[in-house]
Every structure is written in C-alpha cells, then in structure tokens.
Design a protein around this ligand. Structure first.
Ligand code: GDP
Length: 304
C-alpha cells in the first residue's frame, strides 16, 4: 500500500524500537515504561504527549502485571488511536469538500520550504481529478520564486492561476482570485500566502487583512485555513504550529515529507497538542503523493 510505503522509515524505526523496548519482558515494570517513554520521545511524538500516553498505560495495567508483547502492543495502539480521535480526525479516505459551499476557499499558510506550493499543486490535482473547477491564487507576493513555482504547478495540473507582480499586496491578489473564481463559477479556490515568520505581528496583520478582503467577495471565507508543516523537522514543526496558531485561526493541518523521515510520530503529538485535525499527509514529491490522513490506517501502519 502507498501509505505503508510512504511511512516506511517511521514504521521500521518505531516498530524496531518498540520491539526492543519490550523484548523478553513479560511484565509492565518501570523499565518497560521507561523504555516505552524513550521510544515515543525519540519518534518525535513530543514529551507532553508521551507522558500522557505513559500515564494512561500505567493507569490501565496495574504495575508488574504479567503481559505478553502482543497485549502490550495492543494497549499502546489503543492509547495512540485514542489520542488521535480526541482531535476529531475524520475517517475519510477521499479528497472531499462540502458541496454546499461554493466556491470553497482554502487559505494555505506555513513557512517557506515546508512544501506549501507542492501541497497546493497536489490538492489542486486531486480536486480537478474529481471534475471540480479549481482556481489558484498566488498571494505569496514576497518572493518571485513563490509565484513562479505556483505557476509551474498550475501548468502541470492545468488549472487557472491568479497572480500579480512580486511585491504587490497579497490581499489584493486574494480579492482578485475570489472574484475570478466567482465569475468562473469555480468550486474550489486555493490561496497561497507568504510564510515569513520573522515578525509575528506582521504575519498576523497580513493574514487578517487577506481574510477580511476575501470576505468582501465571499462571506464566511476562508472555509479552511490549512497549515503546512514539514514532518521531517520534528520539534520545529511543533514550534511553527505554535506560532501560526497564535497568528491566525488554523482549522486543519498538512504534514509533509513523511516519506523521507523516521519522525512520523510528530503527527500524533501535533494532533494531540493543538487539537487541530491533520487532514493531509505528504509522502513524496510526485503529484499523487498526498494522502487524506486516516487515523486508523496511520496507527495500523505502525503496528502491523
Ligand atoms: P514551499 O517553499 O513551502 O512552497 O515548499 P515547496 O512546495 O517548494 O517544497 C520544497 C521542497 O520539498 C521541494 O523540493 C518539494 O519537492 C519537496 N516536498 C514537498 N512535499 C514533499 C513530500 O511530501 N515529500 C518529499 N520527499 N518532498 C516534498
């Protein structure tokens, strides 16, 4: 399966460590709990979430109770699935948008280099494949490369793009994009935004203005504010999530580059700590390498 393939490194590493942690053990004692804690922390689940999982396991099995490895794996799997379900992650496996909202507007945020443009291209491809009419907006006007890269994806997927010159007002690009989408009776609009984090107040002001201007064209937009995080950066992804959620209301997450990393555990920690659903995961550079995040498949892929 593609999911397994994309997460191979995380899976091998996680499962390998897990097996070692409980190898030859037949009871849950302090040593086993310490080992499990280390496995989770080194898999980038994050300290807070790790401690929560360990507490729950401790509460579930009375100490020094004799357990088989399979049983211990099952408990761990249940607890991790439980953490993911708390964030209300859907069971979806298909790329869908609510049909009653037209155009459905997705504003994409995230720092440069995390895979924002690629994720926008892959999403546009998925929606177009379903017969939906997609329009892209190049509102990251800070870097010429950002506009050019989005154009490359627009050409590749064959969807229209609305852009202006580098340095123009991002809110103005967003306004034009929504107007064009309404005129074309488009189904989905995906707007790229600048990912500079050097000044939190600037970032907040810019995103707020982009949103306000969008609402002049289509009330109650954006329908989704998608934060893109690079899963291979481990704890940096947590830090970025913290900063962006402070700057704007983030409604969903895309975690990219999980194919090249053993740090797939970040997905678990980030969902738990920010209570924002992980909607998509990036598992490669190709156009098809974006998947709808499904918690059951994700957890299963680790414990299979
Ligand atoms: P942006 O600056 O955030 O827009 O980042 P880009 O979309 O340009 O992506 C930066 C680099 O990461 C490019 O080389 C992409 O091909 C690569 N990339 C994006 N998503 C993924 C992914 O899921 N897996 C892998 N392996 N590479 C990715």
């Amino acid at each position: 399966e593609t999911l397994d393939k994309g997460l191979e490194k995380t899976k091998t590493s996680f499962f390998g460590k897990l097996s070692k942690a409980v190898a030859g053990k037949s009871k849950v004692d302090d040593e086993v709990l310490d080992n499990l804690e280390e496995v989770l922390v080194t898999s980038d689940v994050g300290v807070e979430t790790t401690l929560k999982v360990i507490d729950r396991i401790e509460a579930r099995v009375s100490k020094d109770k004799y357990l088989g490895t399979a049983e211990l794996n099952q408990i761990l799997r249940d607890e991790i699935a439980g953490l993911l379900s708390e964030t209300n992650i859907g069971e979806a496996t298909e790329f869908t948008i609510p049909s009653e909202k037209k155009p459905y507007v997705i504003m994409v945020v995230g720092v440069n280099g995390v895979g924002k443009t690629t994720t926008i291209g892959k999403l546009a491809y998925q929606f177009k494949k379903q017969g939906l009419k997609v329009v892209l907006g190049a509102a990251d006007t800070f870097r010429a490369a950002a506009i050019d890269q989005l154009q490359v994806w627009a050409d590749r997927v064959d969807v229209p793009i609305v852009k202006q010159n580098m340095g123009s007002d991002p809110a103005s690009v967003a306004f034009d994009t929504l107007q064009s989408a309404v005129n074309q009776n488009a189904d989905v609009v995906i707007i790229d935004t600048a990912g500079r984090l050097h000044n939190k107040v600037n970032l907040m002001n810019e995103l707020t203005k982009v949103k306000r201007v969008m609402q002049k064209v289509v009330p109650d937009t954006p329908n989704d504010v998608l934060l893109v995080l690079d899963g291979s950066t481990g704890q940096n992804a947590f830090e970025q999530a913290k900063q962006f959620t402070a700057a704007t209301e983030v409604t969903s997450l895309a975690v990219t580059k999980l194919d090249g990393t053993a740090k797939g555990g970040v997905v678990i920690g980030i969902s738990d700590q920010f209570k924002i659903p992980v909607k998509y995961i990036g598992v490669g550079e190709g156009i098809e390498d974006l998947q709808v995040f499904n918690k059951h498949e994700f957890v299963d892929s680790f414990f299979k």
